[in-house]
Design a protein around this ligand. Structure first.
Ligand SMILES: [Zn+2]
Length: 209
């Protein structure tokens, strides 16, 4: 589990934490480790650009981001190569699921706008483990969608850099990046590497005083 320094309530779990999306026992263990309530708010992720405002745990429907200003309500998304992003404001927190479609389709901007709609100001963002430009070989459709942030894999094929694309969309904020590639790090789930249905979760919350 990675806890980015300087963040109030942000955690990126790894494979060792288990499948916190599907396994309630693992979710409870993660909650206990983080010192947060065991009931989380989550969405059915659809690779879109919608961020929902939540005040209660449970399913918030189909979306790719959640935001809350309620202390003690953990928000989660689950990934295995897509980019998990946590944004902290002064009195709200958002969590985003950003694959290439999300990055191209504006999920990051939607998260920042949702925070402003709550009357808050985005201050810092954490970009968690996900597939890196080192390994994210893609075709022309994806390169066109991601625009400037094209790269090359370590094995010499065209790729895109979702980390720098996301960071650019977060400009003006303090941005933390894990720079850990899920494809290369054996302790992280990678759909592309393993065709797995297992996921690792990211969790964001506002601490209760
Ligand atoms: Zn890699």
């Amino acid at each position: 589990m990675i806890r980015p320094a300087g963040f109030r309530g942000a955690a990126f779990c790894d494979a060792a934490s288990g499948n916190g999306r599907d396994d309630p026992d693992k979710r409870s263990a993660i909650s206990d480790e983080l010192g947060v309530p065991r009931e989380w708010a989550f969405v059915r992720q659809v690779h879109g650009g919608v961020v929902v405002t939540v005040t209660d745990p449970g399913s918030a429907g189909s979306a790719d981001g959640l935001i809350t200003d309620r202390p003690g309500l953990p928000l989660t998304i689950a990934t295995a190569d897509c980019v998990p992003i946590i944004v902290e404001g002064d009195r709200s927190v958002a969590i985003l699921h950003a694959g290439w479609r999300g990055v191209a389709g504006g999920i990051v901007t939607a998260g920042l706008e949702a925070m402003k709609a709550l009357g808050d100001t985005p201050r810092r963002a954490a970009i968690g483990p996900s597939i890196g430009p080192c390994c994210y070989e893609v075709g022309e459709e994806v390169r066109d969608a991601i625009g400037d942030h094209t790269s090359r894999t370590t094995f010499g094929t065209p790729s895109v850099d979702l980390w720098s694309a996301a960071a650019t969309q977060l400009s003006g904020l303090h941005v933390w990046r894990s720079d850990l590639c899920t494809y290369t790090e054996s302790g992280l789930r990678s759909y592309r590497r393993d065709a797995t249905t297992e996921r690792q979760v990211a969790v964001a919350w506002l601490p209760q005083d």
